[in-house]
Design a protein around this ligand. Sequence first.
Ligand code: DGL
Length: 304
Amino acid sequence: MQARMPTVPGVTTHSPIIVLDSGLGGLTVVRAIQKAMPAENILYFGDTARLPYGNKSAGTVTAFIRQIINHLMPQRPKHVVIACNTGTALALSALRSEFGGLSISGVIDPGAKAAVTAAGAKAVPAIGVIATEATVRSKAYERAILRRRNHARVYLKPTPLLVPIIEDGRMANDPLVRMALGQYLQPLIERKVDVLVLGCTHYPIFRDSIEDLMGPTVAVIDSAEQCAEDVARRLKVRHLLKPPVDPTDTNAHGWLRCFVTDDPARFARLGSRFLGTPIEQPTWVSPDDLYSAATPAAALRLPA
Ligand code: DGL
């Protein structure tokens, strides 16, 4: 049983938002946060040495994310986003109760909300969700969708090969990608889904190909934008939003600092594709440090 954390002391509007994922996928959420709130400072953690999370148990994923949050706590985050559907499905509620004073959100509720909105007025919409094995098994999307719309047909499709393919840096026109997408999406095309939720933060990188395969009548939902709106709302009610800046004035933008548990150069190279802008070399964090209870704050000193 983990000790309950006290309220994070010393949090101000300038405190960072932590965004975390198993690897590159959460950068799609960073991109949406930067677009919606360009002034915000962000710490991104990609647990690249231990991905994928999508084939692991709830206990393991919860332990990994707990370690990451503990490691970054000395930075006094004003909010934590679990920018990973698997992490949200398996660990969000446990970590919220453990870290009592810390504001933590995920990506599934925002994604489900967007899916239901996109389904419009149709009496019984068919909503497809592609996600990792663990997210599908948790039924978290099904519950989140049916809570908002009890007459909907929800089809959950595990797509376990996509995260490794994406982390391998494959492009949308790669034959392996085309074959995997074709096979995974076919059953959902046959079910004539009205909406398709990209239930993994890695998948938006193939959004155009997925839209092409699903056809023009299917609304494809990437929860990143909704997730950024949700974060903005949570910060606003706590009076912790940084004052808005002119989005064209890049000098006024907040900073992004990345941490990874494996190969920083590779992450920087592949990550810019997700972020849409170059990424500074991330800081490497040894998984051994994550396992140890306390990490000296000095090791993570941030730019002024
Ligand atoms: N981006 C994570 C998600 O949204 C990927 C999970 C994994 O590492 O398998 O589920």
